[in-house]
Design a protein around this ligand. Structure first.
Ligand code: HEM
Length: 470
């Protein structure tokens, strides 16, 4: 008797010979994939060069991949650039599922990202927030303030202090770590022929891409070597913890220099642009909706006044439910990583009757989930109120809202990110009143998205800040 198991893949748009569906992606892949899903369904299969790929825009299938069959889809695809820049890769995010990934993630969670550790970093956050408030106060008398530059510098300063024990910043463009990270993002975001056509890898040599990647790797490595050399032993930072673990032979995890550098790179790659993006879009959305801005400000100013202080304290954050709803709504409309990070199946499996071969890449379109009118009322509108009830959270259990992913590969940095985002936004809204420069009306703000793995605003955000008189 013939088996009636379907062996075909989910529906697919028409393909071209050799390149398959690659030409249908474009520079803003989340938008292109959303358009394809609208036409062909919420679970589709694409052929990207030689790579079989699934695209998921349905909460049920996302749950199947990140929960029910999480152990099968816990791998990451191998990317040429990750191999070259991330020491193998020896980081966490791009590492294949296995012992190195497990141990490295455990170390990071325990020594950098646990709630207790994050709480203990409160002083660093407060100092950096005070520095930002001070800077804006000074700059605002001279004209509109470049908020994008201030916010990105803030995230890098915090991560550098926590990871390396000191800031490596000049402001904006002069910020060394930011400069390096920007080139990394550009290289990670660019189309790399070898990932889709392994037999055409020589093209990277011919076009000079290999040389550009090698140069960039040498720059990062040189910087990390310098940082490691300058590092003061005994500091309470991630680098010190990693050295201590390296010396301690008892935990069974051999951690060499490559592992240490890989983990540091993840702190920069995972912990900076993502948080920056949330704060940038939050300020933009609030300036566009003055009544919502006012509501957030009223809540913060009331809570601070009740405490009889003139300081937004971290311990008061839990009462700021409207601000928390604003941040959640911002991540629904502008998930910093719109396509999360890709997964890969480790063995053949079945989903909804379709057979999914081993080594199939899976892209979950978090951006499209957040904008789906079947899942959200007034899906394209900024309505923080929808999150006020607290029913929907981003911890990876509500599969229509997964800005941090879910399952074994979920982002370990949620508490770290939230604490620095909340404290800074609360202070910006407490200390200043905001509007667009040049008499522009709120609705005139250009909300276009830049291209990239993390999606910030296309144009930097300039705002007028006026110190609030209580
Ligand atoms: C708003 C801020 C952030 C967002 C939206 C975000 C988002 C994400 C997403 C979508 C993933 C992939 C999850 C999956 O595959 O299911 C991820 C993974 C990761 N993130 Fe974050 N992230 C943020 C902040 C941070 C911070 C602050 C750190 C560390 C300092 C961090 C470190 C990582 C690491 C190491 C991974 C890889 C986890 C793994 O592969 O097991 N992230 N993040």
């Amino acid at each position: 008797i013939k088996s009636c198991k379907k062996t075909k893949l989910p529906p697919s748009p028409p393909k071209l010979p050799l390149i398959g569906n690659l030409h249908q992606l474009g520079p803003q892949a989340h938008l292109a994939l959303h358009a394809l899903s609208k036409k062909y369904g919420k679970f589709i299969s694409l052929q990207l060069g030689s790579v079989p790929t699934l695209v998921v825009t349905s909460p049920e299938i996302a749950m199947e991949i990140m929960k029910t069959q999480d152990s099968i889809f816990a791998n990451r695809p191998s990317f040429d650039i990750a191999k070259k820049i991330l020491y193998g890769p020896k980081d966490i995010g791009f590492s294949p599922y296995g012992e190195h990934w497990r141990q490295a993630k455990k170390i990071c969670v325990l020594h950098l990202l646990s709630s207790k550790k994050v709480e203990s970093l409160c002083e660093i956050r407060e100092e950096e927030v005070a520095h930002v408030v001070d800077m804006i106060t000074k700059m605002s008398s001279k004209g509109p303030v470049n908020m994008s530059e201030i916010l990105i510098t803030y995230t890098y300063d915090i991560v550098c202090r926590v990871a390396l024990g000191k800031k490596y910043s000049g402001h904006g463009e002069e910020n060394k770590v930011w400069k390096l990270s920007r080139e990394s993002s550009a290289l990670f975001g660019a189309f790399n022929v070898i990932d889709f056509f392994p037999e055409l890898g020589w093209l990277n040599w011919l076009t000079g891409k290999d040389a550009r990647v090698e140069r960039h790797f040498q720059e990062w490595d040189g910087f990390l070597n310098q940082v490691i050399q300058e590092h003061q032993e005994g500091n309470n930072d991630l680098l010190n913890t990693l050295f201590t673990i390296q010396k301690d032979q008892t935990n069974g995890f051999e951690i060499g220099m490559d592992e240490i550098k890989g983990i540091l790179m993840d702190a920069f790659g995972g912990g900076t642009e993502t948080s920056f993006v949330v704060m940038e879009w939050a300020m933009a959305e609030l300036v566009r909706s003055p009544e919502k801005m006012e509501q957030a400000q009223k809540e913060i100013r009331r809570i601070v006044a009740e405490q009889n202080t003139v300081k937004v304290r971290e311990e008061d954050m839990n009462q700021m439910s409207y601000l928390k709803a604003v941040i959640k709504e911002v991540m629904r409309l502008h998930p910093p990583a719109p396509l999360l990070m890709p997964r890969e199946s480790m063995e053949e499996t079945t989903i909804q009757g379709y057979t999914i071969p081993a080594k199939t890449r899976v892209i979950i379109n978090g951006w499209a989930l957040g904008r789906d009118p079947e899942l959200w009322k007034m899906a394209d509108e900024f309505q923080p109120e929808r999150f006020l009830s607290g029913e929907v959270d981003f911890k990876g259990h509500d599969f229509h809202y997964i800005p941090f992913g879910s399952g074994r590969r979920i982002c370990p940095g949620i508490a770290f990110a939230m604490s620095s985002i909340e404290l800074l936004l609360a202070n910006l809204l407490y200390w200043f009143d905001w509007k667009l420069p040049g008499g522009k009306k709120p609705q005139e703000l250009d909300m276009a998205e830049a291209y990239g793995l993390t999606v910030c605003m296309k144009n930097q955000l300039f705002l007028h800040a006026k110190l609030h008189q209580a």
